[in-house]
Design a protein around this ligand. Structure first.
Ligand code: GUN
Ligand code: ZN
Length: 428
């Protein structure tokens, strides 16, 4: 089946930091789709004759690649906006009790369905997702993602030092991870990530086993948290006395590779950044979470000096919004707090192709290039009276920035997965 959309098209396929001409914009564009894949993209005037027989639908709004949330916790959906604590106390008081409920598959199914629908409502079509320690929490997420044809990467959380009711063992963690890798391999658009919760939640033996598992499975990712909170960093330093820094605590167990995605990375030494660069590992920057938990501001200047690979994550439930537009706006503000600048095109890159590259799915999604899967969102610059007023005479950069600062789920009018509309805002 071949069909096409005529619309304003925008994508940023490479980091503008390294490729200044990475912005691709067609004010009046044509996106031709066959069997869910982009087969052609360009100006309408250039392509219209060649595809004269193809049915064309016009879309009102700015078409961008579907957002890719590089770090988010689906079991924390119901604990978003929990008051009062920084990371370690917030985990104990609000998060661990909520995650225990995922031992019940029916509960996991219900939350997974709501979570994925919420991603789609926000224009997010792919994500790297934390489930819980329970094997069935991964099944629930993957089953729901398969139904929606979404590109989701996840993997059972390893935490043999977790609290009662939320604890595995080295042996059960390995057996369940291997079973999940086998069960879900090659199905739909799903991928697996070995997921130690963070250094403090696993014994040395479990971290070592996670490293071994990663080495045995070259197709899977490794996903964890790194240097998020000062008290967490102090606890890591106190426990891992042989490690030169937090990253090294992972590195000693083989967990720092080009398939490693670390969330946060706020408090990093230059040594750690150099090692991240050398290994090819990347960071999911999570500005709304970093603000909400009082964790700090990501250091874009340092990351750029070391040419780190970056993506963007909401980190719900520490993050305060599923919207990658809103999260992009907060990334700008976090950068400015350290006197760095994040331009709106680079923010769009981080929220799409940057996250895709981190997740090793950059050949498939993130830039709406021919050969890629046709996942996209349609953004409405007039979604609210204020957005409409602010953007009425704005150029492209200003419109995009206004969408990031003033926009959220309300600015996403439609979401498409594999070329088909899966969510549409109804007129108020
Ligand atoms: N570090 C370990 N677990 C978590 C979590 O659930 N959320 C955040 N933000 N950081 C963590
Ligand atoms: Zn997190």
């Amino acid at each position: 089946m071949i069909h096409a959309y005529r619309a304003e098209l925008l994508s940023v396929g490479q980091d503008p930091r390294d490729a200044p001409d990475a912005v691709r914009h067609e004010p009046d564009g044509l996106l031709v789709i066959e069997d869910g894949l982009v087969v052609a993209r360009g100006g309408y005037a250039e392509l219209a004759d060649k595809y004269a027989d193809v049915p064309v639908h016009s879309l009102d709004g700015l078409v961008v690649p579907g957002f890719i949330d590089a770090h988010v916790h689906y079991p924390q959906t119901d604990r978003i906006a929990s008051h009062g604590e920084q990371l370690l106390d917030w985990l104990d008081r609000h998060i661990f009790p909520a995650e225990k409920a995922f031992v019940d598959k029916a509960h996991a199914d219900a939350v997974a369905a709501f979570f994925l629908d919420e991603l789609l409502r926000n224009g997010t079509t792919s994500a790297l997702v934390y489930p819980t320690v329970h094997e069935q929490s991964v099944d629930a997420l993957f089953e729901a993602a398969l139904e929606r044809r979404m590109r989701i990467v996840s993997g059972k959380v390893l935490m043999d030092m977790g609290p009662e009711g939320l604890k595995d063992t080295v042996a059960s963690g390995r057996a369940e991870s291997e079973a999940l890798i086998r069960r879900w391999r090659g199905r739909g658009r799903l991928g697996y990530a070995i997921t130690p919760r963070f250094a403090l939640a696993s014994t040395d033996a479990q971290l070592a086993d996670a490293g071994a598992l990663l080495a045995e499975h070259p197709e899977v990712l490794m996903h964890t948290h790194l240097a998020e909170n000062v008290h967490e960093c102090a606890a890591v330093e106190a426990r891992f006395t042989e490690a030169v820094d937090y990253l090294d605590a992972y590195d000693r167990f083989g967990l720092v590779t080009d398939r490693s995605v670390f969330a946060h990375g706020i408090h990093l030494s230059d040594r750690a950044c150099a090692r991240l660069h050398e290994s090819g590992a990347g960071i999911a920057v999570c500005p709304s979470s970093n603000l909400f938990l009082g964790s700090g501001f990501f250091n874009f200047g340092q990351a750029d000096r070391h040419k780190l690979r970056l993506g963007l994550g909401t980190d719900v439930g520490a993050g305060t919004s599923f919207s990658m537009l809103h999260t992009s706006g907060l990334a700008y503000q976090a950068a400015l707090a350290r006197e760095d600048r994040l331009d709106p095109f680079r923010a769009l890159y981080l929220a799409t192709a940057g996250s895709a590259a981190l997740l090793h799915i950059g050949d498939k999604v993130g830039a709406l290039e021919p050969g890629q899967e046709a996942d996209f969102a349609v953004l409405d610059c007039a979604a609210t009276p204020l957005l409409a007023r602010r953007t009425r005479e704005a150029d492209l950069a200003e419109r995009l920035f206004a969408l990031q600062i003033l926009g959220d789920d309300r600015a996403v009018s439609r979401t498409y997965v594999l070329g088909e509309c899966v969510w549409q805002r109804t007129a108020p």
